[in-house]
Design a protein around this ligand. Structure first.
Ligand code: FPP
Ligand code: MG
Length: 298
């Protein structure tokens, strides 16, 4: 997508405007993401000065949240490259996150009031989502409601807000696009949680089956706990480094209990609901973004 380079250039411009050489150098070290939020915004609002600026602000907030998240999760890698906390230290990652985050808010404060309210409110939600995520790693969570509330806040809220803000910019149906963004975000996080189990570490760019070791009881584990006979064995492996044999046992039980298939179809159902919400929109692109995400190799 050629338009994404407009967003990348705008972000660089914003970082340069901060007037700090170290920030520019740290920014160059960040691994590129897929820019999902920008793709949505540009598809919904078209490519213009306002939409490119909105994309830049959202990507900077997202990057800041990951810089903080890697400290919280003690992650050594991000998108297959060493994370900033691994290359430098936690302090650098937090402070650089703060710089990106506050510059994004400076620019957001200059935008349409409804747009800036929508995005800033989502950042409160995503911060709360991160806190719930951390709290949920204390014990083996068996509540679907808690899992969905957490993934909505941590991941879907900013995607929902991006789609809604883009609709506001373009004078489109903000309720419909918000619903599209929310369901896309939920499906996205669920698929991320499924891939943690089904893909190898090389493809993931981080160790496979790390979620359970880190105390995260994601949708496949919730379903497995509900269906498996030997619940005690599953619980005994929670938050422990897994041997090859133990990982294989979990995966095998997931297959025997149709857990992966059912998790995938729950994510796909949300994806189809998202596409349904925007069926009045002529553009095929938003439907394609969703379809590519939910119909893939798992
Ligand atoms: C990744 O989750 C984390 C998020 C999507 C949100 C993190 C939010 C915060 C740290 C609070 C907001 C802070 C600022 C500065 C705006 P994950 O750990 O499940 O995914 P991962 O595997 O990509 O790390
Ligand atoms: Mg993380």
């Amino acid at each position: 997508m050629e338009e994404l380079s407009l967003v990348k250039n705008q972000i660089k411009k914003y970082v340069k405007e901060c007037g700090d050489q170290k920030s520019i150098e740290l920014f160059e070290m960040l691994a590129q993401g897929k820019m999902l939020r920008s793709k949505l915004i540009l598809k919904i609002a078209g490519v213009n000065d306002d939409s490119v600026k909105l994309c830049s602000v959202v990507e900077m907030i997202h990057a800041a949240s990951l810089l903080h998240d890697d400290v919280i999760d003690e992650a050594d890698t991000r998108r297959g490259k060493p994370s900033i906390n691994a290359l430098f230290d936690n302090k650098t990652s937090i402070m650089f996150g703060d710089i990106l985050y506050s510059k994004a808010f400076t620019e957001l404060s200059q935008m349409d009031k409804k747009v800036s309210y929508t995005i800033s409110n989502a950042v409160t939600l995503l911060s709360i989502g991160e806190m719930i995520d951390v709290d949920l790693t204390n014990d083996f969570n068996t509540s679907y409601d808690k899992y969905f509330d957490m993934i909505f806040k941590k991941t879907a809220s900013l995607i929902e807000a991006s789609a809604k803000a883009a609709a506001i910019l373009a004078n489109k149906d903000e309720v419909a696009f918000a619903l599209y963004g929310k369901n896309l975000g939920l499906a996205f996080q669920m698929i991320d949680d499924i891939l943690d189990i089904t893909q190898d570490s090389k493809t993931l760019g981080k160790p496979a089956m790390l979620d359970f070791v880190e105390g995260k009881v994601t949708i496949p584990y919730l379903l497995l706990h509900e269906r498996i006979e030997d619940k005690e064995k599953l619980k005994s492996l929670y938050k422990k480094p897994l041997s090859a044999e133990e990982s294989a046992w979990i995966k095998d039980e997931m297959i025997q209990n149709n857990v992966l298939i059912d998790s995938i179809s729950q994510a796909q159902k949300l994806g189809l609901e998202a596409v349904e919400a925007i069926k009045m929109d002529e553009s095929e692109d938003l439907k394609n973004i969703m379809n590519q995400m939910i119909h893939r190799e798992f």
